[in-house]
Write a protein that binds this ligand. Structure first.
Ligand code: PEP
Length: 250
């Protein structure tokens, strides 16, 4: 069965609650595409007003992060149960900015993935190499390590429902998009790694996004690659251009 594309915006630490509602109202007529699952991952404080603004549209609202414990003395954190109660079905896990600025590791990513799945939330699991790793020729090894640890103790059945975002760190927010060949090569290597951990059916089911300076002009070629099932979009998801990215095939 063909995989449905999934195109997600990652708002990062942008948009107040009222700005979030305004942006959703602007974008909702522009992001209608039945061929694509459309998702806006927004700051925690924006989730509830964004849900309300997106009601009756094809826009799903997701979170940018969550904690791996159920509840308790973890000041400032958000639990899976809180996200579920707010109606959230997707959460970004292990974005490179969380790894860099908030000390997330492959091991905490794995704990979060397990907790999200236990609560029926689809994790969008981020992986990606630095420029040094790419220049040293260790990109695929590095990403295989990230993937293998992220999926520890995840069953094949659960893995098939997850989403992976391949995001080369050197391409995030830099305006420097990976070439179509680079993006496809790594997305295929990720799929091969999933086939190795599980089986061909799981690898064929899992959706793999590319992220890193995706724009309206780069999206059509990237999303036409056999192993790229959509995108995780930062900067351009805050602009009307996001409509063009979502409607890349129109
Ligand atoms: C991201 O934050 O996931 C991202 C890909 O950002 P940008 O599109 O701005 O590079």
């Amino acid at each position: 069965m063909a995989r449905k594309k999934i195109i997600a915006g990652n708002w990062k630490m942008n948009m107040t609650p009222s700005q979030a509602v305004e942006l959703i109202n602007t974008l909702k007529p522009l992001v209608v595409n039945d061929d694509v699952d459309v998702l806006f991952c927004v700051p925690a404080i924006d989730i509830i007003p964004a849900m309300e603004a997106a009601k009756g549209t094809n826009i799903n609202i997701g979170a940018e992060n969550m904690y791996f414990e159920d509840k308790g003395a973890y000041t400032g954190e958000i639990s899976a149960e809180m996200l579920v109660d707010a109606g959230v079905k997707y959460v970004i896990i292990g974005h490179s900015e969380r790894r860099e600025y908030f000390a997330e590791t492959d091991e905490t990513v794995n704990k979060k993935v397990l907790k999200a799945l236990e609560n029926g939330i689809t994790p969008i699991i981020c992986c990606g190499e630095t420029l040094t790793q790419r220049e040293q020729g260790v990109t695929i090894d590095f990403i295989r390590q990230q993937i293998k640890i992220a999926y520890l103790n995840v069953t094949a059945e659960a893995a098939a429902t997850t989403v992976i975002a391949y995001e080369p760190i050197w391409a995030i927010g830099t305006g420097k998009v990976a070439t179509t060949e680079q993006a496809q090569e790594v997305c295929k290597a990720i799929r091969d790694c999933i086939a190795e951990i599980y089986d061909d059916a799981t690898a064929a089911a899992i959706r793999i996004q590319y992220g890193g300076s995706v724009s309206a002009s780069s999206a059509p070629e990237l999303f036409a690659q056999p192993d790229i099932d959509g995108g995780l979009v930062g900067g351009a998801s805050l602009k009307v251009d996001f409509g063009k990215i979502v409607c890349y095939n129109k």
